[in-house]
Design a protein around this ligand. Structure first.
Ligand code: 13P
Ligand code: SF4
Length: 327
């Protein structure tokens, strides 16, 4: 298969890249006893070579149960970090260590510690899109697929801080009727969609159903017939009688949507400007070439201070246990 060079900075090292990267990665996977876990926002080639593709909850569950010795995480830093927290003795590789997350960055640990101190009797529920330091300060971790149900499991009289995503937090408040103190963080990608353009698109495609990720702003969510995590959106388009969808999340998921429902039509929700800013610049830093090189060189590796690792593990385990009760 023809593989394009990812960036000029890779051009020298790519001279020694094998012609068939797919075969070379499969070979390295056997040699390392590795598993490749990928998020839906990764480029199509990476999704196609992954052993498992999923949303943040599914990826955490896979990381928690894998027998592989090496975890190659094709996603962003907080996801690979979660895999490392769950597997402190395993080698966890992230193809590009710069693959961060604007939402995780919107919650700096020192400021969050002060915020938390102002609400000493509150339980802290943090969305998994945060750093290990924030997880270590949290009581329960949640994802977009279980946030509503986990909040419902908390006793009524227990006040809650929800961090870091204000949009998911507002959505959970709306769904549960629970008051929560929200940290005012957000995702640069999910805040890029234009309500005006979305409505215009709905007028142009009256038969299309709008679906959205809960990280979107309320102005977008109110036009959506269905709101859910990436996996939930993928399941929804298969079950729906509709054959066209306006998809308000990172368009990487459309690769899987087209694979599972080739006869259906998927229209990416339009960003405010005529840009590609609905694509996550962090997720897209990973390429097939970098994934191959990470496996070949066994680096870049995710490492964590021991104290943070242990403290961050508890709220993740709590989420996994509470989610298992929901199944
Ligand atoms: P999910 O895939 O868990 O819905 O999360 C979306 C996201 O923004 C990941 O960063
Ligand atoms: Fe973070 Fe948003 Fe990218 Fe998801 S889409 S990784 S929340 S910046």
């Amino acid at each position: 298969m023809f593989t394009q060079l990812a960036s000029p900075s890779l051009s020298r090292s790519t001279l020694s890249l094998p012609k068939d990267l797919f075969a070379a990665i499969a070979q390295l996977k056997r040699e390392l006893n590795a598993v490749i876990l990928a998020h839906y926002y990764q480029e199509p080639d990476i999704q196609d070579i992954a052993d498992y593709i999923g949303d943040s909850l599914g990826l955490s569950q896979q990381a928690a149960s894998t027998q592989a010795e090496v975890i190659v995480f094709a996603g962003v830093h907080f996801m690979a970090e979660t895999a490392k927290i769950l597997n402190p003795d395993k080698l966890v590789l992230l193809p590009d260590l710069e693959a961060g997350c604007s939402l995780a960055d919107s919650c700096p640990p020192a400021e969050f510690a002060k915020f938390k101190a102002a609400y000493p009797d509150h339980l802290v529920i943090s969305y998994i899109n945060c750093t290990a330091e924030i997880k270590a300060m949290s009581d329960i971790i949640c994802t977009s697929s279980n946030a509503v149900q986990l909040v419902r499991q908390v006793p009524e009289n227990q006040p809650i801080i929800f961090a870091p995503d204000r949009n998911l937090g507002r959505y959970v408040i709306q769904q549960t009727g629970r008051e929560m103190v929200l940290w005012q963080g957000s995702c640069m990608v999910h805040e890029t969609f234009s309500e005006k353009k979305m409505v215009q698109l709905q007028i142009q495609h009256p038969d299309a159903e709008a679906i959205a990720h809960p990280e979107c702003e309320p102005a977008i969510l109110r036009h959506a017939s269905y709101i859910g995590s990436t996996t939930a959106l993928l399941n929804y388009i298969q079950q729906s009688q509709k054959t066209a969808f306006i998809v308000a999340t990172e368009p990487g998921i459309i690769h899987q949507m087209q694979k599972v429902a080739p006869h259906k039509h998927f229209i990416p929700a339009p960003p405010l400007n005529n840009c590609a800013c609905n694509e996550c610049p962090h997720m897209r830093l990973n390429t097939l070439e970098k994934l191959y090189l990470a496996m070949k060189n066994r680096t870049p590796e995710i490492t964590l201070p021991e104290g943070i690792q242990a403290a961050a593990l508890r709220p993740i385990q709590r989420m996994l246990a509470m989610s298992a009760l929901l199944q």
